[in-house]
Design a protein around this ligand. Structure first.
Ligand SMILES: [Zn+2]
Length: 115
């Protein structure tokens, strides 16, 4: 059983499409979904402080499920991070760099979806 880890929005529209895409494109069987409203915007916020709670969830996925690939997801029409698509892409890039600084040995990918 192979797992991937996904830092995603809580928006229900961004769950099944992301799970299916990751499973089909990354050869994994399961996708651990860690969600917040507007995850990309939260991670890109330089004042974001709740790192411990997020890291705890990431660690469970990496250590208990041996995941070694982390996805950061943003999506069009996001209620939690109501910015245009270009800003989402910038936030996703910043978010990936931030998570990479916490977990440098993982592979990273990102998804900007739902248009
Ligand atoms: Zn959203």
């Amino acid at each position: 059983m192979k797992f991937a880890t996904c830092l995603n929005c809580m928006d229900s529209r961004a769950q099944l499409p992301v799970i299916h895409w990751v499973k089909e494109n990354c050869g994994v069987d399961y996708v651990d979904m860690i969600t917040e409203a507007g995850m990309d915007g939260i991670l890109a916020d330089e004042h974001y402080k709740d790192v411990d709670s997020l890291l705890k969830k990431i660690d469970i996925s990496l250590e208990k499920h041996n995941s070694s690939i982390i996805f950061v997801v943003g999506h069009h029409d996001c209620g939690g991070s109501p910015v245009d698509d270009e800003t989402h892409k910038k936030q996703i890039r910043i978010a990936v760099e931030k998570v990479k600084s916490w977990k440098p040995s993982c592979l990273y990918n990102w998804i900007m979806g739902l248009k």
